[in-house]
Design a protein around this ligand. Structure first.
Ligand SMILES: [Fe+2]
Length: 634
């Protein structure tokens, strides 16, 4: 037998060597971005561009770096897939914020349509990776998720000997929009990738960026934009020669490519550093952010978390984007993991704790799951109509939860028995509902908020957003119930509704994010221009109490909390602010990280728990204070 082993091994090793396609430049890429097909004219343009690209024998790879559509209607996904299928070349695409952040089913629809939302292909021996950098249905800072980074790391290890790699991301490092943009170059460097090219979009402007040592091309949008000197519909052509020299040229539809706008060599970090600065953004990098000394504890989970935290005696719970419901011991200084389970798919919600149960929504399969708090054993599950991006709330011993979309239910948390289940809207649930003695109020991504009778589920009233368009739905607005009113909002307005009738008492300048004072007399809201505003809830019309600037811009939809006469607010930029409830004076501000503050909650022992999307959980004393200027750092 021995005699056959060597030839067999030799044959196998030859197979390994020759099965990897060798690099044989040049590689020519058509980089299409921000199609934004909302009109017939633009539809014509993308079809013509695809025809042109298909007919060009030099093009090896077509990259579409996101924003195929406008409002993420289902028909837009159908069209996007149709066009993508029409590309008769090697191709890759990633979702942009217009595929994930707004509208009807956009949280998971891109992956449903294209099979996934992260991709790895190989063209002429060059690995090409696509990442989803847009958080689902949330107008929060964009983010490269930890599970995607781990996936990318695995792929990079597989392709360690590649001459260079290409990464596609909708967001670039520019404009401080992609919170952890520096994680991408870091992971490339850590895995010995000296040469890489990163292709992105979103800015609708053809640019060269410096991803901390790696060149990035931001593609132009398909539509003509004379202000940006884009004189006709078009895209970008990149040519990479065998020695890694890159030329990037604008290509107007039907015309020859323009002279190269950017010429550089992959791996020439020195030239890049001299030419394009990434220093400003590096100030926001993980290593540049010091944990505020006022935090009493910091738990680095290193997992992307899009939901909040729940507490039981001696434990706390959170759910990760990678798909784990995690229970940890809150009584020990190192917060060890007690158990973790996988309810199914990626997780977006906030766990709910009631009695001996912890409950969370899953995405694949779409269901609500109840676990034994002691050991994480699955006790029951209730099938949902769509992947759960939302969470349930417990009240008076029962769980109130939207079933992904279209139906709302009250559930017995011990057995999973459905106490009532009613139709509720025509779209996804996302934010936490509000539950009072008489009402359950929830926003839906269908332009409406609904109020149900808490005991029976009977629909009592609905409120319609004054601005039409799914992106102006109150789907990600956690309603704040007052004595006889409900505060809710959309991306364009806030309103105070009569709790009994749903009639609008008055609108106010605000967005999805708001809160209410403990005594129920004052509403709080956050404005896009970075102001915290307080207004009276007893007045018949809008009466402002104070309005305090704290940031240049802040679109975080997370609720605003009040504890012990202090208002707590977390920003999209990872900052925590504490204001005095009576005057709005800033008592404390601390930069906790580089991603959005997802939630702020008070634990039973009074400590304030803060979760950032980057997976950092921080504990602050409720009386945290240090001398800070009342003027914000604008
Ligand atoms: Fe975009």
């Amino acid at each position: 037998m021995k005699i056959y082993i060597f030839p067999l091994l030799f044959f196998l090793s030859l197979q390994t060597v020759f099965s990897a396609e060798p690099w044989r430049g040049p590689l020519t890429i058509a980089h299409i971005s921000d199609v934004h097909t909302t009109s017939r004219e633009r539809e014509g343009n993308i079809l013509k561009i695809i025809e042109e690209v298909n007919a060009n024998p030099e093009i090896d790879l077509v990259v579409v770096s996101g924003d195929w559509g406008g409002d993420a209607y289902p028909e837009e996904f159908v069209l996007a897939k149709k066009w993508f299928d029409a590309i008769k070349k090697e191709k890759i695409t990633v979702p942009g914020n217009h595929e994930t952040q707004w509208g009807y089913g956009s949280g998971t629809r891109f992956a449903d349509t294209f099979g996934n939302d992260r991709f790895a292909i190989s063209v002429k021996g060059i690995p090409v990776f696509g990442l989803n950098t847009s958080p689902p249905l949330q107008f929060i800072k964009s983010h490269i998720r930890s599970d995607d980074l781990q996936w990318l790391e695995g792929k990079l290890k597989e392709h360690a000997s590649a001459p260079f790699v290409i990464v596609v991301s909708h967001y670039g490092p520019n404009g401080n929009e992609l919170g952890n943009w520096f994680d991408l170059p870091e992971i490339l460097r850590k895995n010995g990738i000296g040469k890489a090219l990163i292709l992105s979009g979103h800015w609708h402007r053809f640019m060269l960026c410096n991803w901390n040592g790696y060149p990035g091309i931001v593609g132009r949008a398909v539509a003509e934009n004379k202000k940006k000197k884009q004189h006709g519909p078009g895209y970008v052509i990149l040519n990479i020669s065998g020695d890694g020299a890159v030329t990037a040229s604008e290509k107007l539809l039907g015309k020859p490519p323009l002279a190269p706008e950017f010429t550089f060599k992959l791996g020439d970090a020195e030239w890049l550093a001299k030419t394009v600065n990434s220093g400003r953004n590096l100030r926001n990098a993980r290593w540049a952010i010091k944990t505020p000394p006022e935090a009493k504890a910091v738990i680095e989970t290193n997992e992307t978390i899009f939901g909040g935290v729940a507490f039981s005696a001696g434990r706390f719970f959170y759910a990760t984007h990678a798909g784990e419901l995690v229970a940890r011991d809150s009584g020990r200084h190192d917060f060890p993991v007690s158990w973790k389970v996988r309810p199914g798919g990626r997780l977006y919600g906030t766990p709910a704790v009631i009695g001996k149960n912890v409950i969370v929504g899953a995405t694949a399969p779409a269901r609500v799951c109840g676990y034994d708090i002691a050991d994480g054993k699955l006790k029951w599950s209730v099938e949902a109509n769509a992947p759960l991006l939302n969470s349930g709330v417990v009240y008076d011993g029962k769980l109130y939860v939207g079933l992904g979309r279209d139906q709302f239910a009250a559930i017995d948390p011990d057995t999973g028995t459905i106490l009532w289940k009613v139709p509720c809207g025509n779209g996804e649930f996302q934010a936490l509902p509000a539950v009072t003695d008489t009402l359950v109020v929830t926003g839906v991504w269908d332009e409406h908020a609904y109020a149900l009778d808490r005991k029976t589920g009977k629909m009592l009233w609905k409120w319609r957003s004054p601005r039409s368009g799914l992106r102006y739905s109150p789907g990600n607005s956690t309603p704040a119930p007052g004595k006889d009113c409900i505060i809710i909002g959309t991306a364009s307005t806030g309103v105070v509704l009569d709790a009994e009738t749903g009639q609008c008492r008055f609108p106010f300048k605000g967005r999805e994010s708001h809160g209410i004072s403990v005594d129920g007399t004052t509403g709080y809201t956050r404005q896009l221009n970075g102001r915290l505003t307080a207004f009276s809830l007893s007045a018949p019309k809008y009466a402002e109490k104070f309005s305090v600037p704290y940031a240049k811009q802040d679109s975080n939809p997370a609720p605003i909390r009040e504890y012990d006469g202090r208002i707590w607010l977390g920003t999209t930029d990872g900052e925590i602010l504490v204001f005095s409830s009576d005057s709005g004076r800033i008592l404390y501000r601390g930069k906790c990280g580089f991603s959005t503050v997802i939630s702020i909650d008070r634990a039973p022992d009074g400590m304030i728990w803060v979760i950032l999307a980057e997976g950092k959980i921080m504990l602050f004393p409720s009386g945290v204070e240090k001398h800070v200027s009342s003027q914000p750092h604008l």
